[in-house]
Design a protein around this ligand. Structure first.
Ligand code: PMT
Length: 223
């Protein structure tokens, strides 16, 4: 797959599933392997961009030549992204970000007690990183999100595109076992603010990433 030219562009790419800690040894997370985000980082780097990959813990090796920033929680990711965003040309958020975090984090390992057969965990909303970034966005900058949906893929994707002021959104149906989280393949529909859409075939995440980077280089060309 040919990849567009991103020479001279600085990009932030996020990958993996954030971890929200309950106590020193336990956390809430999701099924993200990081494969999609790492493939995007590699494709952007091949296209000539200077890439910083902000990544939650994964089993993957980062592409050569990419600057890696490890993070754990959504709050860490929010800090890492908002600090760097003013210095880059674009942000691509492939990370699977927790929408909720434990209200409090215990300093010691939580114990079970003989009196209680139930344990209630209270959660609070995490910051929405793309929404924070929308408020910092300069005219030369582009932001790209993903939408992980289990139903009404395009309608929900369109809502996220608008709400988060994105230049493009890649919607993927994560109810399917052959694409989405964890596997090597994906299929996405690219959504744009003018309402036009572009659907990819089911293909390896490396191919989907190249197609996404082609679209991103077109977005820069239109700026
Ligand atoms: O890692 P893999 O195993 O390869 O799987 C890839 C993937 C399925 C994780 C990936 O393709 C994907 O869909 N990533 C986005 C997952 C997600 O968090 O989707 P969402 O619909 O909940 O969020 C929409 C967008 O807002 C995303 O770009 C997300 O990064 C961002 N977000 C979400 C919550 C939040 N608090 N802040 C955010 O910025």
């Amino acid at each position: 797959v040919p990849t567009g030219d991103l020479t001279g562009k600085k990009l932030l790419v996020t990958a993996g599933g954030t971890r929200e800690r309950l106590d020193p040894v336990r956390f809430l997370t999701n099924d993200s392997s990081g494969k999609m985000g790492y493939a995007v980082a590699a494709a952007a780097q091949r296209a000539g961009a200077q890439v910083t990959l902000i990544t939650a813990p994964t089993a993957l090796v980062a592409p050569a030549g990419v600057t890696v920033v490890p993070i754990e929680s959504t709050q860490d990711l929010a800090t890492a992204v908002t600090q760097r965003f003013p210095t880059v040309d674009g942000l691509i958020m492939a990370a699977a970000v927790a929408d909720f975090q434990p209200l409090t984090q215990a300093n010691q390992k939580i114990k079970k007690s003989p009196e209680n057969d139930e344990f209630v965990l209270k959660l609070k909303k995490t910051p929405d990183i793309l929404q924070l970034v929308a408020g910092l966005k300069q005219p030369h900058q582009i932001t790209v999100g993903f939408a992980a949906e289990t139903q009404h893929l395009l309608v929900n994707g369109q809502k996220k595109l608008t709400k988060k002021h994105l230049d493009m959104l890649a919607a993927n149906d994560v109810s399917r076992s052959d694409i989405g989280f964890n596997g090597d393949d994906n299929q996405v529909t690219f959504l744009f603010p003018d309402g036009h859409t572009h659907e990819t075939p089911v293909a390896p995440k490396t191919t989907i990433a190249s197609l996404l980077i082609d679209q991103v280089s077109q977005l820069f060309a239109q700026k």
